[in-house]
Design a protein around this ligand. Structure first.
Ligand code: ADP
Ligand code: MG
Length: 271
């Protein structure tokens, strides 16, 4: 089945429930709005923040949305999307992003990174934001390095904002052992909740509206099922909604009814 025929059947101008939405097109769920607002605060305070949430809750989308609203002549963003780069990798990424050439010895990397971070702030007048996504995957060494790096004067004025974004296990990890010191410096903690039933409904309508259909396409009981099966998590809801459109199309229906949503749930949970 082709995407084009699916789109044509539903009279959509683009495929809905995609992941490439421009920041202005995002759904404003309360979790999303809260996360964006809090991340913005964390950045303006140059604080250490921790955002957690289930897989597909919208953490990365929220972090990107918050960052996209920044004036890049006054902010420098260092984004590490995958922490599987070792402790050295965190330093080399920071140093390279700030225009430096990483020194060979690890002991020399720390002062080099700290020096560049401070210079970016003091000499160029730029606020630096270090974002570590998938931060629940950070290993012990990396958390320790992060503690050293932010030790400078995170208690008072810090030369940079640091945002850890990850799955719920991150919160527990940060309370253990040597990270307890880091844990105490966390000025912002936000656990992104799932969408409520009403939000899932609005979320589905939002995606359909920007794809060209503002009328009701999903029956209430279809939304109920998608909400339950997807546990109100945006990514899961996206997948279920697309599969529901496919199921309703293949059985030649004009709306996505409960039977279509049920077929989608079966399809996705057994794949
Ligand atoms: N506010 C939103 N508006 C529209 N789509 C969203 C929104 N938040 C999340 N999504 C969708 O959900 C998917 C998962 O979000 P993402 O931020 O990658 O989750 P996480 O990082 O928590 O695993 C995104 O690819 C996007 O399609
Ligand atoms: Mg993510």
């Amino acid at each position: 089945m082709s995407i084009d025929r699916l789109r044509a059947h539903w009279g959509l101008t683009r495929m809905p429930f995609g992941k490439d939405l421009a920041p202005a097109m995002l759904a404003d769920t309360s979790a999303h709005n809260e996360a964006v607002a809090r991340i913005g605060w964390c950045i303006s305070e140059a604080a250490l923040g921790v955002i957690t949430g289930e897989v597909g809750a919208g953490k990365t989308v929220a972090a990107r949305a918050a960052i996209s609203s920044l004036d890049l002549s006054r902010h420098t963003i260092i984004y590490i999307g995958n922490p599987a780069i070792g402790a050295r990798g965190i330093y080399t990424t920071i140093i390279s992003t700030l225009g430096g050439t990483p020194r060979f010895h690890k002991a020399a990397l720390i002062p080099q990174a700290q020096g560049l971070l401070a210079a970016e702030n003091d000499e160029r007048g730029k606020h630096v934001i270090l974002v570590l996504d998938e931060a629940h995957l950070l290993d012990t060494d990396q958390l320790e390095e992060l503690r050293l790096l932010t030790n400078a004067d995170m208690d008072s004025r810090s030369p940079f904002a640091c945002l850890l974004v990850g799955q719920p296990t991150l919160r527990r990890r940060m309370k253990l052992g040597t990270f307890a010191a880091l844990d105490q410096r966390i000025a912002l903690r936000y656990a992104m909740p799932a969408m409520t039933r009403q939000e899932t409904s609005n979320y589905i309508s939002h995606h359909l509206t920007i794809a060209g259909r503002s009328d009701t396409l999903f029956s209430d009981d279809a939304v109920d099922l998608i909400h339950q099966a997807g546990r109100g998590l945006p990514r899961a809801v996206n997948n279920l909604a697309v599969q529901s459109l496919v199921a309703a199309y293949t059985s030649d229906r004009n709306i996505v009814d409960e039977a279509s949503a049920r077929a989608a749930v079966t399809e996705i949970t057994t794949e």
